[in-house]
Ligand binder design. Sequence first.
Ligand code: SAH
Ligand code: SF4
Ligand code: F3S
Length: 477
Amino acid sequence: MNKRPEWILPNLKKAQVRTKNTIERIDSFIIPENAKFIGNGKKYYISTYGCQANERDSETLAGILDSLGFEKSESPEDVDVILINTCAIRQNAEEKVLGEIGNFKRLYRANKDLVIGVCGCMAQEEGLVNTLLEKYPQVRLLFGTHNIHQLPEMLYSVMFEKKRVVKIYSKEGEVYENLPVHRFGKHKAWVNIMYGCDKFCTYCIVPYTRGKQRSRTMDQILFEVKELYDQGYKEITLLGQNVNAYGKDIDPNMNFACLLEEVAKIGIPRIRFTTSHPWDFSDDMIDVIAKYDNIMPFVHLPLQSGDDEILKRMGRRYTSDSYMELFNKIVTKIDRVAVSTDVIVGFPNESDEQFEHTLEIMEKCKFDNAFTFIFSPRPGTPAARMEDPIDFETKKERLARLNTLWNKYALEKNKAYEGKVVKVLVDGFSKKDDHVYSGYTDTNKLVNFTGENIQPGDFVDVLIETGKTFSLDGRVV
Ligand code: SAH
Ligand code: SF4
Ligand code: F3S
């Protein structure tokens, strides 16, 4: 690889540093003169991996591309620009992305003017960027999570100066307000309330790829929510890696409970938020969720492990007891609440007994849903340097046992819905069958149902006939 002087490559050491510097908030988005209209008559395709933060970033990428004159396409064939917005959370996420970039080589061979760009969390990783630069000549543009606002000038350089552009800042600089947005959902919208993460759980790459925690101001968030309300959106999800820590970086007196209450008052029918770290989940938050009908009775509360020593080595700063205490408070105080979780099995040197502790807590909580993962060492993180004599087969067996257990309880919970009528916000036709509609309950249960004259964005009452492990089946009444 020929490193060019103008390339700005990522650096994990720099990404780890946290300073007290105040964050600049930039309100304007100016397209450089030479980049205006560069997309006229041209099309783009965006492929998105990873979490909702990435989904929302893709909406900004699309918004910027629209403002340059490009038109969005649903397929990568015959487009002029392809952006792949990537996720680095686990190795298998990365492998999928590399597979897709490999497939796009065919399109690049057929059209050497095609701009293939890679952005998102994988672009923040040193090793990976080197691989992309060396082995994937079809990638003409690489930019990081802190460089999105520079897309117009970067595209100009690739398209008209025929440069290979690499611009990846390791450190967050500013919070950009008012970047254009092309929302992909017509009745559901994402709203960022904060960027980055300072928790540094020892297994996790996010604090390195997304930078330090930067909350948006309450005024900006409420303004955006009000706008979505005026546009008729039915559901919004407030986004942050750890929403409970909202505001602490701006003013120690500011908190998520306060924000959530103000958002609820605007009157959007459904409000969700993700993710809640058990560490700073306050009683005030529970009270606000319980108080407002338009804050959905659904909490995603990642457990990660049920063993105290593992939790300590993960840097999670709670114990299995304090998790249970919080869990019990949530289910007691919030009527009909559903709770989901994330669990990692096979953390370095996790013993059978430690894994059993996770099963024990899963038995107690009987979660509605769970996202379960085998630990994946992320280069540069402390857990990746921990000794790990546990073989992969054992980890796979643990994952299977864990899944069998939570599936059993999820099915039980969903069976309890049989015979009940639930309110569903309609998404559209079900993925599998276009005579069947699908949507979600307030408790975030996926419902597939039949009915007449139904439009996406409608609220309908559905009688649940069958509860299954991952969904409910029913008909409109
Ligand atoms: N901010 C959220 C999590 C975001 S990542 C939180 O703290 O809850 C989503 C999930 O991916 C995590 O909850 C964790 O269960 C899983 N995860 C993160 N890093 C991982 C790794 N290195 N290996 C396996 N799973 C991981
Ligand atoms: Fe990762 Fe922990 Fe931050 Fe969640 S809270 S994003 S798991 S470091
Ligand atoms: Fe993946 Fe980055 Fe989100 S690593 S989970 S896309 S913050």
